[in-house]
Design a protein around this ligand. Structure first.
Ligand code: FCB
Length: 442
């Protein structure tokens, strides 16, 4: 086995999940639909017509899942709150039973000495708010601030680590520009408004958390996947440059440097009001990085912005779901982000997806050798980045459990713990055992 990289004692090791991907209980105790519940009902949009209706049934199995985290020795757990579970109409009257669920989760985590990392928005906008225009209306920022205040007042006595949003660029691009995710819109003006209003919501959320949560440590979670043009043809290079601004810059630059990157700045100007950049760029305590692989961009006129996904170079190593495998890119991203934004970095997601069934063998073992090798290589790359000056303070594997992988449904597995979706049995995979030993310093 590869030599174990050495991390300081206070380096934080955890796992991430998100509400819609694991909770299930879609109609339990007063929860109302989110835009993802609606999207899953559209024909042909999610593999096998699946949805998060049941998912890992974590809503009912939470105590068992926290027990599992404790057995693995996790030090931190990043989860998200389902906005339509705690505020079924998106605003107004809260749902006490929904709020209770997260009280119980947080209390259990603390009992087991696992630090709760609460993310307010992991893509499940209440459908009731989408019906009023969603992020395309400027009021969205206020709706989000009120929701943040509800959570801050309720959980802020126990939760100190807060993230506003998960992967701003991915959900806005896929949902509002490509039309491949909820709410399935593909319109330039709507997409630009959405970018700006989500940035404003982030800033307003930070202010609320700062005011209401004593000693809060606040960040935001960005997907940063370095963009490479598929070819050196000028049209691919230019398309990839715009794609890069959208994917990697539009949100962190606005939030941490108070400006939009050049090409987006011009287009978004009609929606920016005086004072907005200061409203967006509120001081933060850490940078949440979700990283999987570099993206190859190319000219693609079938999509609204004229850029799209190209192919990695022939012969490049890939994962089982065809994502490029490039630990060096992870190392360089950590170093670059430290220089650019000058914040401590927590890797809030990284992991390995496969379409293989990964079912337990006769001895009940799930041998996920490829995931294990991926985690070893990426964690070693993180150690190298740290040695070269990257200010990385913690790592959360995606994901604790196999779960509802958005458009990929249940056929794509990212968990270090196997879930049998018929019986809901959980079985830690070999990667989980290795991760657990790494955390325990074994
Ligand atoms: C990220 C998402 C997460 C999960 C992983 C595989 O983009 O934040 O919910 O789907 O990808």
């Amino acid at each position: 086995m590869a030599e174990r990289p050495v991390f300081p004692k206070d380096f934080l090791w955890g796992a991430s999940t998100s509400a819609y991907q694991i909770e299930g209980a879609a109609e339990a105790d007063g929860r109302a639909p989110s835009i993802w519940d609606s999207f899953c009902k559209l024909k042909g949009r999610v593999d096998n017509g699946e949805s998060g209706d049941v998912a890992c049934d974590h809503y009912h199995r939470m105590p068992e899942d926290v027990e599992l985290m404790a057995e693995l020795g996790l030090q931190a757990y990043r989860f998200s709150v389902s906005w339509p579970r705690v505020l079924p109409r998106g605003r107004g009257a809260p749902n006490e039973k929904g709020l209770d669920f997260y009280d119980r989760l947080i209390d259990r985590l603390l009992e087991k000495n696992i630090e709760p990392w609460l993310c307010l928005y992991h893509w499940d906008l209440p459908q009731a708010l989408q019906d009023q225009g969603g992020w395309a209306v400027r009021d969205g920022a206020g709706w989000f601030a009120d929701y943040a205040a509800l959570c801050a007042r309720r959980y802020g006595d126990r939760v100190k680590r807060w993230a506003t949003f998960n992967e701003f660029s991915v959900f806005t691009l896929f949902g509002w520009a490509f039309g491949w995710g909820a709410p399935s819109i593909a319109d330039r003006a709507t997409h630009l408004k959405t970018i700006h209003h989500v940035n404003l919501a982030h800033g307003a959320g930070v202010d609320v958390l700062r005011a209401l949560v004593p000693n809060a440590s606040i960040g935001a979670v960005h997907s940063v996947q370095p963009m490479r043009p598929e070819t050196d043809r000028p049209e691919d290079v230019e398309a990839a440059a715009l794609f890069d601004e959208h994917w990697n810059r539009a949100f962190p630059d606005a939030q941490l440097l108070a400006y939009y990157p050049r090409r987006i700045a011009e287009a978004i100007e009609p929606y920016v009001q005086p004072g907005d950049m200061a409203r967006i760029a509120r001081p933060l305590d850490w940078f949440g990085l979700n990283h999987y692989a570099p993206v190859y961009g190319r000219k693609d006129d079938s999509l609204i912005w004229g850029f799209g996904f190209g192919s990695p170079p022939a012969g490049m190593k890939r994962t089982a779901i065809d994502w490029p495998y490039d630990p060096g890119c992870f190392r360089d991203t950590l170093i670059d982000l430290t220089r650019r934004y000058r914040l401590p970095i927590y890797v809030t997601e990284n992991g390995y997806g496969t379409k293989a069934a990964e079912a337990p063998d006769a001895e009940g073992r799930v041998v996920d050798a490829e995931r294990l090798a991926y985690l070893q290589a990426y964690i070693a790359a993180m150690a190298e980045a740290k040695a070269r000056g990257a200010d990385v303070r913690g790592y959360f594997v995606w994901s604790l459990l196999d779960n509802f992988e958005w458009g990929g449904g249940y056929g794509t597995r990212f968990g270090i713990v196997h879930v049998d979706f018929t019986t809901q049995a959980r079985t830690p995979k070999e990667s989980a055992r290795w991760y657990s030993e790494l955390i325990r310093g074994g």
